[in-house]
Each structure stands twice: as structure tokens, then as C-alpha cells.
Design a protein around this ligand. Structure first.
Ligand code: AMP
Ligand code: TRP
Length: 347
């Protein structure tokens, strides 16, 4: 790999099914970037543990997510594809990053607020809640998660982080923390990364609740298109997508969130502009039919490849990925340990 190539890093949790938002917001770009960037893609199993998981769930989720990324076209010959817990430096740098992250910075993170609200919300006042109720089920890891995410990124001297719009705040925090590391421990301690958020598909909304983003964990199944949904299910979900009563096809996210979401999905699949596409339609029916057809055309080849990948291919890919990822992360970790001033384990 030539020295000029930029390094790309991104991650995805191995929980729930991969949906159209993941694909259009992030994964499709991962595939594109691997052709001219030095790409590292991580299945973040340690992050998945921030919400309760039964033993076995993470194993299955990790295998399925690896298979999904391979089916989308992440090629282990072009990219490093691995699982976070196989490279212990993530946990190590994760702790060190917690020590440079402010409590106040973490409290501002909207993903923590959303996820903890779904568990019943954080109580600041009631001491009894410390060991029972919501405060006991909301893990400390869910709160400090962005420090581990920053560690994931900084361990690979990452230049660019391709993500959907919901991760913007976490990447901005990572930049702040990287600058703080450099001013505290010396320029060049870490590389300051940038996010890359796509123009179309950065925020795919739930088809039933178009004010909410499409998500693995919230919203109805009827509002979420999974990458593995069969064509009939996709047609049905799109046909039933919530629109509005005025019957006008116009791209206006505030006033017409449902119709605008369909236009954005269609635009992301066809490479067109959502405002221009709106001019082609006078009724919702044809817009829905074309959107469903475009999504099916995009997802069918992925589904075929998914079914063809064996468990042993998945396991072999992760083993090679762990080795390659460690080869990049270990020297970066050593550099950071030295800069911070930890005693070296070797004399
Ligand atoms: P997650 O499923 O939270 O692990 O997210 C994996 C990637 O998908 C991240 O880059 C997210 O920003 C992206 N993503 C998740 N949901 C959406 C959505 N509804 N629209 C666009 N991108 C999304
Ligand atoms: N927090 C991201 C999400 O919920 C997943 C993630 C973990 C990630 N580590 C990362 C994304 C590093 C980009 C870079 O989607």
C-alpha cells in the first residue's frame, strides 16, 4: 500500500438485522471506499455489550454481520475486516480515552440519551435507584461508549470515518479528544480524523414513523426494510409507508417527512437528486412502486451472495482480519503508551 493512501475506519454493531439505513447510510460507502483507500472495518462486539445480551447472541450476531459485510462486497483481500474483541488494544485504549473524556461531554451525547430513555431514563436524584430500577439497568458502558468508539478510530491512525448522520456527534467528539491528546501529550500522538457522511441516504427514516430514523432496535418491523427482506415483504412495506393526505409529491423533509423519505431512498438507490425526482411524480402510487423496485434491485444480489457464504469462510475471514488489524493497532498503541508516559513492559 502506498504511503499516500488515506486510511478509512468504520464500525457496526453485531446486534439486530442490518437494515436499509445501515446500507445506504454507511455500508455501501464502505464497499466503494475500499477500492482506493486503505480500509479497516470492524464489527464492534464490545459496543454491543453496552445493552444486555444473552451468551451466544453476540457470537451469532458477529458471524451474521461478517457474512453480511462480505455479501455487500467488503473484500478481505482489499479491506481489513475483523471483530473488535479480537484486538485487545481496543479495550486498552478505550480505558485511556475514558481518562481524557469529560463527564459533561458524555452527558451531551444524544445516542446515550435516546438509548437510556428507552431503558426508562436516568434518575439523578433518587439514591435508592442506584442499585434498582432504571439506573441499575443502564450500564456505565452505555455512558462511556463514545470513548471506546474514539479508541477504535484512533488506534488505526484513521483519516476518514464513513458513517450515517446519527454518528456525526460521536465523530466530532473523537476529533475533540484527538486534539486534546495531541496538546496534552505532544503533536503526532494521534491522527485527527474526519467524518464522511453521504449526500443521499445519510438518514433513512422509519416508513411507519417518518420522524424517527430507521433503527435496529426501535420502531415497528413494518417500518424497517431489512437487507434480507424478500421482494414481497419490501413491496408491502413500501406500499404501506405512511405519507400524508395532500397528495402532492414534493421534497420537503419538515412538512412531508414520509414522502421525502421515499424520495431520498429512491434517490440513494438510483443516484438521482430527490428534488428532481419529485418533479417526475404526481401521485404516491407510482412513487412507491418505483421506490420498491429500486430497493429490490439493490438488495437482491446481496441476498444471493449472503446465502452462498459458508460459516468456514466467515471464520477464516475473521481470523485473517484479527491478525492484520493487530499488526496496525499494536505499534499505534505502543506510540500512545509512550507519549502518555506509561512504563514500558520490556527493559
Ligand atoms: P448501527 O446499526 O447503529 O451499528 O450503525 C451502523 C452504521 O449505520 C452507522 O454508520 C450509522 O450511522 C448508520 N445508520 C444507522 N441507522 C441509519 C439510518 N436510519 N440512516 C442512515 N444511516 C444509518
Ligand atoms: N457507534 C457506532 C454506531 O452505533 C458504531 C461504531 C463503533 C463506530 N465504533 C466505531 C462507527 C468507530 C465508526 C467508527 O453505529
Amino acid at each position: 500500500m502506498s504511503e499516500q493512501r488515506q486510511r478509512v475506519f468504520s464500525g457496526i454493531q453485531p446486534s439486530g438485522s442490518t437494515h436499509l439505513g445501515n446500507y445506504l447510510g454507511a455500508l455501501r460507502n464502505w464497499e466503494r471506499l475500499q477500492h482506493n483507500m486503505d480500509s479497516v472495518y470492524c464489527i464492534v462486539d464490545l459496543h454491543a455489550l453496552t445493552l444486555p445480551k444473552a451468551p451466544g447472541e453476540v457470537v451469532e450476531g458477529t458471524m451474521n454481520m461478517t457474512r453480511m459485510l462480505m455479501a455487500i462486497g467488503i473484500d478481505p483481500a482489499l479491506s481489513i475486516l475483523f471483530t473488535q474483541s479480537h484486538v485487545h488494544q481496543h479495550a486498552e485504549l478505550g480505558w485511556l480515552m475514558q481518562c481524557v473524556t469529560g463527564y459533561g461531554e458524555l452527558r451531551r451525547m444524544t445516542q446515550f440519551k435516546d438509548k437510556s430513555d428507552r431503558l426508562g431514563g436516568v434518575s439523578e436524584s433518587d439514591a435508592d435507584e442506584a442499585t434498582s430500577g432504571n439506573n441499575a439497568s443502564i450500564s456505565a458502558g452505555l455512558f462511556t461508549y463514545p470513548a471506546l468508539q474514539a479508541a477504535d478510530i484512533l488506534l488505526y491512525d484513521t483519516d476518514v470515518v464513513p458513517v450515517g448522520d446519527d454518528q456525526r456527534q460521536h465523530i466530532e467528539l473523537t476529533r475533540d479528544l484527538a486534539n486534546r491528546m495531541n496538546s496534552r501529550y505532544g503533536e503526532g500522538t494521534v491522527v485527527v480524523p474526519d467524518h464522511q457522511i453521504p449526500a443521499a441516504g445519510a438518514r433513512v427514516m422509519n416508513l411507519q414513523y417518518p420522524e424517527q430514523k430507521m433503527s435496529k432496535s426501535v420502531g415497528s418491523d413494518a417500518g424497517t426494510i431489512n437487507v434480507l427482506d424478500d421482494p414481497k415483504a419490501i413491496e408491502k412495506k413500501v406500499r404501506r409507508a405512511v405519507t400524508d393526505n395532500d397528495g402532492e409529491v414534493r421534497f420537503d423533509v419538515q412538512e412531508k417527512p414520509g414522502v421525502s423519505n421515499l424520495l431520498s431512498i429512491l434517490a440513494a438507490c438510483t443516484g438521482d437528486d430527490p428534488e428532481k425526482l419529485a418533479e417526475k411524480y404526481t401521485q404516491y402510487g407510482p412513487l412507491k412502486a418505483d421506490t420498491a423496485a429500486a430497493v429490490i434491485a439493490e438488495l437482491t444480489p446481496i441476498q444471493e451472495r449472503y446465502r452462498a457464504i459458508s460459516d468456514s469462510d466467515v471464520a477464516a475471514t475473521l481470523a485473517v482480519g484479527a491478525e492484520k488489524a493487530t499488526a496496525v493497532a499494536a505499534p499505534v498503541m505502543q506510540r500512545i503508551r509512550t507519549a502518555i508516559g506509561l512504563v514500558s513492559p520490556t527493559p
